[in-house]
Design a protein around this ligand. Structure first.
Ligand SMILES: Nc1ncnc2c1ncn2[C@@H]1O[C@H](COP(=O)(O)OP(=O)(O)OP(=O)(O)O)[C@@H](O)[C@H]1O
Ligand SMILES: [Mg+2]
Length: 439
């Protein structure tokens, strides 16, 4: 038996039981190690029923099962209270399914099942609806997360381009490095600081204080004083103490029932964003999000950010990851599709090749949007529609950028046509988000 098969097997054990007691209610607790324990509510206090029930489940899932089954009517009195508490806490499990002897998938008895998942991490990726720290309103900073599943696709470079373009419009930008395990923002923007975002987070975890002032630095080396409008919050000094601090980030959360779990790093990040908003008063806050399915990325996307810029190369590895990410985002926000900009990253230099690659990628993203219910049912755009939310915006390879990662050298390249279109799209979505909030 594999992990994936355990829950359906538990459901099958009881749903296929001919003498299953009526009025049986079951809460399945899947513990931190992935093992199953049951808490049940029975109409009768017949011990034999409980023994039979436990035996059936044990037979189905073997070593994935842990003794003992808790019951509200039989067993030691304190444990009856525990059983009741678990049944109260566990959220309903309407999607409980099993396969009958013919292999036909069947839904479980409505109202019978509850499921309490206990997890070691990845809570932000698995939780339901979330909202950024403040609504998208005129006058409030728009928080934008730059994210990719695979690394090295030009995420930080495009973020820098957007910061420069915002500054050109006279708009203040705060750039925050949340790629804490592979930081790069400080070096790209020429900033040298002793303290960084990691220091802010560990201080908040310990004391509740938030000091962003000693972390904030102006971007260095940009022409026409553009750097005066770009405030950089680097990750922190990469010395021997960096790992010690990194090891203190706590992404676990006490998740009980249906409430959003209190994740210590999320609380710290929310406090930090509030403080950046108060002290810097930027028009934009750009988050350089961690790649992959890291908790920091899960926290950022839709949870801290109003808009997500999602990068992928048009290759199998990148797109397989994007698919998983879109699935998670579709559960986090009802209007997820209109809150994201897709970027077709590292496209070929040749315009024709880049176009062909983009339309192949757009075919893939269309499929993903349909699969994850990201299009409104009444308005599924054509696959090739230029104005569909699934349309990726191409950023081609530029040789000068490849050879250099100093902003002052590549600043002209970062204002090329491709980058302009990505930025226009970000601005468009930010404005439409504010209109939605105002209406
Ligand atoms: N459009 C581009 N054309 C050519 N090279 C690029 C382009 N964008 C970025 N690069 C180069 O590719 C490398 C990775 O870029 P960047 O650091 O922006 O990617 P990233 O997705 O943030 O990577 P990481 O996952 O390491 O944070 C850098 O050397 C950068 O100079
Ligand atoms: Mg990066």
């Amino acid at each position: 038996m594999t992990f994936d098969e355990v829950l359906p097997a538990v459901v099958r054990a009881l749903e296929s039981w001919d003498d299953c007691p009526s009025g049986l209610k079951v809460a399945v607790v899947r513990d931190l190690r992935g093992r199953i324990r049951l808490a049940v509510e029975l109409d009768s206090d017949d011990k034999a029923v409980l023994v039979a029930l436990t035996a059936r489940v044990r037979r189905e899932v073997g070593p994935w099962f842990t003794e003992e089954t808790l019951c509200t009517r039989t067993g030691k009195v304190p444990l009856r209270g525990v059983a009741q508490r678990i049944l109260d806490l566990a959220p309903e499990w309407p999607s409980a399914k099993w396969r009958d002897a013919l292999g036909v998938e069947r839904s479980a008895t409505p109202g019978r099942w509850r499921l309490l998942e206990r997890r070691m991490g990845k809570l932000p990726w698995l939780e339901g609806e979330v909202a950024p720290p403040w609504p998208a309103e005129p006058g409030a900073p728009t928080v934008v997360a730059f994210y990719s599943f695979k690394g090295g696709v030009g995420r930080t470079t495009t973020l820098a381009s957007c910061a420069i373009q915002a500054a050109r419009r006279g708009e203040r930008v705060a750039v925050i490095d949340l790629d804490l395990e592979a930081p790069g923002v400080g070096s790209l923007f020429g900033v040298n600081a002793d303290l960084g975002v990691l220091d802010v987070l560990v201080e908040h975890l310990a004391t509740g204080a938030v000091d962003v002032g000693s972390v904030r630095r102006g971007a260095v080396g940009l022409p026409e004083n553009l750097g005066d409008l770009i405030d950089v919050f680097p990750a922190g000094r990469l010395d021997g103490r960096y790992l010690e601090k990194l090891s203190r980030l706590d992404f676990s959360g006490a998740a009980t029932g249906t409430e959003a779990p209190q994740i210590p790093v999320r609380e710290a990040l929310l406090a930090m964003l509030q403080r950046v908003r108060e002290t810097v008063a930027p028009k934009w806050i750009f988050l350089d999000a961690r790649a992959g399915l890291h908790d920091l990325a899960g926290l950022s996307l839709h949870g801290l950010a109003h808009l997500d810029v999602l990068f992928s190369r048009a290759n199998a590895q990148g797109l397989a990851g994007l698919d998983v990410v879109l699935g998670a985002l579709s559960r986090r926000r009802r209007d997820a599709a209109s809150r994201m900009v897709l970027v077709h990253a590292m496209a070929p230099v040749s315009v024709d090749e880049a176009k062909a690659e983009r339309s192949r990628m757009q075919g893939e993203t269309h499929g993903m949007f349909v699969r994850h219910g990201l299009f409104p049912a009444s308005k599924v755009p054509e696959l090739a529609a230029e104005d569909g939310d699934h349309r990726p915006w191409t950023v081609q390879r530029v040789e000068a950028i490849e050879r250099n990662d100093r902003l002052d050298v590549i600043v002209r390249d970062l204002e090329g046509e491709n980058f302009k279109r990505v930025w226009e799209q970000v601005v468009l979505l930010a404005e439409s988000g504010q209109e939605d909030a105002g209406s």
